[in-house]
Design a protein around this ligand. Sequence first.
Ligand SMILES: C[S@@+](CC[C@H](N)C(=O)[O-])C[C@H]1O[C@@H](n2cnc3c(N)ncnc32)[C@H](O)[C@@H]1O
Length: 291
Amino acid sequence: MTPQEFDGIAQILKKESGLILTRDKAYLLESRLVPVARQRGLSGLDELVRQVVTGKDAKLTFDVVEAMTTNETFFFRDTKPFDQYRDVVMPKMLQSRAAKKSLRIWCAAASTGQEPYSLVIVLNEMKAKWAGWKIEIVGTDLSLEVLEKAKAGIYSQFEVQRGLPITLLVKYFTQVGENWVFDPAMRAMVNYRQFNLLSPMTALGQFDIVFCRNVLIYFDQETKGKVLDNISRQMPTDGLLFLGGAETVIGVTSAFSPVDGQRGLYRQSGVAKPGAPVPGAAPPRPAVPPR
Ligand SMILES: C[S@@+](CC[C@H](N)C(=O)[O-])C[C@H]1O[C@@H](n2cnc3c(N)ncnc32)[C@H](O)[C@@H]1O
């Protein structure tokens, strides 16, 4: 691959997904895109890259972007955010929204479902507190492949062993062969849809609580700032945002401020700038490329 071709594919990834591909991560192209090349009957990575940089095949571009996403996730990842959600955020929301009895939660990089399903489990464990409420959880991701797995709710022994206490495993999952299937009624609490964080967010509606964890780390500062500003506009003034352990709003946006004593949790500062497009982002596509 020539340096121009590397730059071309890095530019496409940034424009389509926000992902920043630096030269020291070039090995990822090999490991993740060779299978895409094979599927397409191409001779290898070089031929695939040459075709992608022409920009003529939208489905190929999508497959390449999707293959380059990092989908690492597990149940109750980092533990603390789920304790904060149960002990700090939900009690606050149940009090402040007691009159309308409805709540919307957005899991903005849901991957294969472990994060939204951890939220569902926490909610179910405290269900007496929200009896009569309407709570909607929306799980979104750029990748269709991970969303298919999330919707199916089927996990391997290895996946359920990562972060899920055994008591919750036997309570919420059924073993089928070598896999574990998440309770269908619990699964139905999450509405999944494909969504690119670089796209306009207005159509998603307003969310009281947003989990946007471990995805901004792949973006540059400017994109992080725009995405956070856009998320802020989808939240009421008392909305609360969770970011991943390696992510922060400090030096990125003034729309959110850290909640004192609650690492990883952010509140609205009330100073989001008027809507602005994410830098270099592709215009929103009307339809998902067919699989
Ligand atoms: C590392 S996973 C994080 C999953 C989960 N939030 C967690 O913390 O365990 C990052 C996810 O972000 C998704 N992603 C990457 N770029 C995206 C974008 N521009 N819009 C929406 N999702 C994106 C990837 O497909 C991937 O599933």
